[in-house]
Write a protein that binds this ligand. Structure first.
Ligand SMILES: C[S@@+](CC[C@H](N)C(=O)[O-])C[C@H]1O[C@@H](n2cnc3c(N)ncnc32)[C@H](O)[C@@H]1O
Length: 216
């Protein structure tokens, strides 16, 4: 007899049958989330004459990175000339080619570490945020915390992106959703919201892809 709750049993079943989980294992990615970034990158490349989000030599700051699927993709894409910094509340095993900071992105101390890593007048080419709050099941509170993380990522992007740089940020549907999209349209040349195929249907997550920062 099992006393596992039905939702966790459903999750295990879904996990076992998930082709992205199998592909992540096969291809050596730490999470199935890696495919979300690969799909977003491919979608940008498809409408941008083959040029995706991440290019060799890029400086990339990634927020909400554990366990590190996106970080692995970013490191592969930027190559040896590029630099990647990854931040998460949770500890992460090292990824060669990435600097990892463990801490709360909303803390000033961690923000200072990021600015120091970028260097004086340092600029990033791409900001990626897959940050998600721990879901409590209380819709309004979850939406509010998700929006706060997205707004913090947006503000950080405005302070460190080079003109022409790109931002990808996870958004959840809620009152702030359209506001964020409208704000992004005033700051970037091209803005799109996508739900990549690897994002589960039952997840309310979407990704704002903002290309070509107009400069602060
Ligand atoms: C969906 S997971 C990221 C998955 C990751 N992109 C990957 O490819 O493996 C979301 C992450 O956001 C992190 N997170 C949430 N709030 C955060 C905060 N305030 N500061 C840093 N990380 C945060 C969580 O700890 C969690 O690991």
């Amino acid at each position: 007899m099992t006393n596992r709750r039905p939702s966790s049993a459903r999750w295990l079943e879904e996990h076992r049958n998930d082709p992205y989980v199998a592909a992540a294992r096969r291809e050596g990615y730490r999470s199935r989330a890696a495919f979300k970034l690969l799909e977003l990158d491919a979608s940008v490349a498809a409408r941008n004459r083959g040029k995706g989000l991440l290019c060799p030599g890029n400086v990339v700051a990634e927020l909400g990175a554990a366990p590190g699927g996106w970080t692995q993709v970013a490191v592969q894409r930027v190559g040896e000339r590029g630099r990647v910094v990854a931040v998460d509340l949770l500890p992460m095993d090292p990824i060669p080619g990435a600097q990892i900071f463990c801490g709360d992105f909303l803390d000033d101390g961690l923000l200072n570490e990021l600015h120091t890593w970028l260097g004086p007048n340092g600029r990033a080419d791409v900001i990626l945020s897959d940050m998600a709050p721990n879901m409590t099941g209380m819709k309004i509170a979850d939406q509010g915390r998700g929006a706060m993380l997205a707004e913090a990522a947006f503000e950080f992007a405005e302070s460190v992106l080079r003109p022409g740089g790109h931002l990808v940020v996870k958004l959840f549907h809620g009152p702030e959703f359209h506001l964020m999209v409208r704000m992004a349209r005033t700051r970037f040349e091209g803005v799109k919201v996508e739900k990549p195929p690897a994002s589960r249907d039952r997840s309310a997550e979407h990704y704002l892809i903002a290309l070509g920062f107009r400069g602060s």
